[in-house]
Design a protein around this ligand. Sequence first.
Ligand SMILES: NC(=O)c1ccc[n+]([C@@H]2O[C@H](COP(=O)([O-])OP(=O)(O)OC[C@H]3O[C@@H](n4cnc5c(N)ncnc54)[C@H](OP(=O)(O)O)[C@@H]3O)[C@@H](O)[C@H]2O)c1
Length: 266
Amino acid sequence: MPDVSTLTLNNGVTLPAVGLGVFQTPPDETRDAVTAALEAGYRHIDTAAAYGNERQVGEAIAASAVDRSEVFLETKIWISDYGYEATLHGFEKSARKLGVGQIDLLILHQALPSKFESTLEAYRALETLLADGKVRAIGVSNFMIDHLTTLLDHASVVPAVNQIEVHPYFQQRDLQALHTEHGILTQAWSPIGGITHYRDGKHSSTLQDPVIGEIAAAHGKSPAQVMLRWGAARSVGDPEVDQAGADRGEPRRVRLRPERRRARRH
Ligand SMILES: NC(=O)c1ccc[n+]([C@@H]2O[C@H](COP(=O)([O-])OP(=O)(O)OC[C@H]3O[C@@H](n4cnc5c(N)ncnc54)[C@H](OP(=O)(O)O)[C@@H]3O)[C@@H](O)[C@H]2O)c1
């Protein structure tokens, strides 16, 4: 696996720009998948309580020669654990299954609009976990503009990320602009458009798109690599590019501008 760029969250914590997600990976295949990913050079694993495979992610990391401190571990609290006390307990459940004392990034899996008060209470629990050092960063997932705006009105810690569906065929530019305004990293799920074909099987794969195919052929890359590169360059909003590194023929590093690295608490 090539050198992977590093991104810096709004509280200074860094994470690899590309990671392995284990959504839809059956528990009995997860350990081997994560083991193979770590051997290939991945240092960021994204799981969720709802995926039912946190235990196997933890087993693979524990068995790996790669030190725990080198792996960025992200998981998500499911809506059935929303509410202040329930979310604190949700952390304990995930940490125990993952076999770790500290989780690098803990996020709310989605907003619960019908019970938004419990969503806000869940986020307040994440703030407590952050203050107690049990997680290194906190965030949300699948929050739309109105969810995020309401959260920002109530939260004391600006979320470090909002993990949302983003790929060249679904760009969510208004939401990404709001992220940029508040120093929230856009973290893409389905970065190569997986959901466009696996959800109903009726759509052709984004990887078969002729435009992506032409770009891939022109650069000697695979369609998946082209889409990941698009995401690295675009989904962080207005990235800085390490031109010096590019001039030396090294992979370009994409990072947030310094003003977006500052913790923004209000
Ligand atoms: N927060 C959320 O609500 C949410 C929702 C969805 C996903 N996610 C996260 O985002 C991660 C990635 O999303 P995703 O799995 O939906 O979509 P994705 O990564 O865009 O696409 C996955 C699909 O692409 C195929 N694929 C992977 N690499 C390929 C390659 N090099 N060439 C051709 N096909 C390739 C896979 O096929 P095979 O199955 O055959 O390998 C799979 O069907 C998830 O694992 C999860 O961690 C989060």
